[in-house]
Write a protein that binds this ligand. Structure first.
Ligand code: SAM
Length: 183
């Protein structure tokens, strides 16, 4: 267990079914692999995202909490009401290295908000922290990965997932995987 926080969830805004399924699936896989324990898809449900996530967890373990179709704003309100804090990743925010120490040392549950196209003003105003991973536009997947890496100081790369049916044995060349053949 690398995370001292009870809940570290990612709220994904602005998903367009069909068009964004790959990006949103990858954001969810980064959330899982980099130490978050929840992924919330705001506004819509997309069965292809859910299926991919289920497939990965069936073989590689873990139990990322997943919800979809929830109202983004009401989710943020409820999160704050329950005592959690909200971290919105945006290129317009405060440089991550200037604020990550404060975020890391706060014991509160963390909701990390990532957008797609334009993010509504509400999220900038209601976030406890607007955090920039550099001040250039890039990608929600990259922003999420770097933020979680900074938060956990790289320890997330050594996570072991409960219920994994297979496991990679690192090699200098080639592939070695132990475990079930059904995956
Ligand atoms: N103009 C947008 C912005 O405010 O960051 C860029 C949109 S980008 C296609 C989609 C999402 O990626 C953004 O909503 C944000 O969550 C994330 N993102 C992109 N670049 C970022 C950066 N430099 N720092 C933090 N987050 C970033």
């Amino acid at each position: 267990m690398i995370s001292p926080y009870k809940r570290i969830y990612v709220l994904r805004l602005g998903h367009r079914p069909g068009r964004d399924k790959r990006v949103t699936t990858h954001a969810a896989l980064v959330a899982r692999a980099f130490g978050a324990n929840g992924f919330i898809l705001a506004g819509v449900c997309d069965p292809s995202v859910e299926r991919s996530l289920e497939r990965v967890q069936y073989c590689w373990g873990g139990d990322l909490h997943y919800e979809c179709g929830v109202g983004g704003k009401s989710y943020v309100e409820r999160w704050k009401d329950s005592g959690g804090e909200v971290i919105h990743l945006t290129m317009y925010g405060v440089p991550v290295d200037d604020i990550i120490g404060e975020i890391r040392s706060s014991p509160r549950d963390k909701l990390i908000v990532i957008g797609a196209e334009k993010v509504e003003r509400y999220y900038y105003d209601s976030a406890d922290y607007n955090v920039a991973i550099g001040s250039q536009p890039h990608s929600e997947i990259a922003a999420l990965a770097v933020f979680l890496d900074r938060l956990f100081r790289g320890r997330q790369l050594y996570l072991e997932f409960t219920g994994a049916k297979k496991k990679i044995i690192p090699q200098t060349r080639g592939k070695k995987v132990v475990g079930s053949g059904e995956c």
